[in-house]
Ligand binder design. Structure first.
Ligand code: ADP
Length: 185
């Protein structure tokens, strides 16, 4: 089962992706987490992307696509996975379609977590995870980039009739319930 969880920063993608991963026994692939771990461990990749993440900007499509393509070759992803944070641009979505096609696989669901902007800003500024991009300026920049570069990805998946909307306001449990109803159908 291959699932994409999509939505603006602060929508709760990571939290829900973890729950989906547990319930359906599929690994959670978060590009943001990969970058944050690389930065923490000061790997060559981490050194290259630190400034970009700190500024709330996007890592280049080439780098992200190369990384995801390589990661998905690991055997643990053979039976499926939940993708969080990717694809984030239309070129990434196109590249991901190619990856699916080349492996004769397809997507089970594209989940769109919907949360109003004022709630997103509130959540991010109060989550206290200590992320260096969780500042007021960082959040505003990420929201702007989401609107400009990431939302077009939605149109791409709408054309494939793949988008399933999820109301992202409520308790973690309530939202997860909405998601499992969609996945089970
Ligand atoms: P959020 O959804 O809160 O922005 P993520 O963990 O998904 O958090 O991403 C954090 C940062 O990692 C992004 O702001 C960006 O710099 C980088 N990043 C993650 N995924 C991608 C991607 N697919 N393409 C480009 N940059 C990415």
């Amino acid at each position: 089962m291959r699932i994409i969880i999509f939505g603006p920063p602060g929508a709760g993608k990571g939290t829900q992706a973890e729950l989906i991963s547990d319930k359906y026994k599929i690994p959670h692939l978060s590009t943001g987490e990969i970058f944050r771990t690389a930065i923490k461990n000061q790997t060559p990749l981490g050194k290259k992307v630190k400034k970009i993440l700190d500024a709330g900007e996007l890592v280049s499509d080439d780098k992200v696509v190369g990384l995801v393509r390589e990661e998905l070759q690991k055997s643990k992803y053979k039976e499926g996975y939940i993708l969080d944070g990717f694809p984030r641009t239309v070129p990434q979505a196109k590249a991901y379609d190619e990856i699916l096609n080349n492996n004769n696989t397809s997507l089970k669901a594209f989940l769109l977590l919907e949360v109003p902007n004022d709630e997103l800003i509130k959540r991010i500024l109060s989550r206290g995870e200590g992320r260096s991009d969780d500042t007021k300026e960082g959040v505003q920049k990420r929201l702007r980039i989401y609107e400009e570069e990431t939302q077009p990805v939605l149109n791409y998946y709408r054309k494939q009739n793949a988008v399933k909307k999820v109301d992202g306001v409520g308790t973690v449990k309530e939202i997860f319930q909405r998601i499992t109803t969609i996945i089970s159908n």
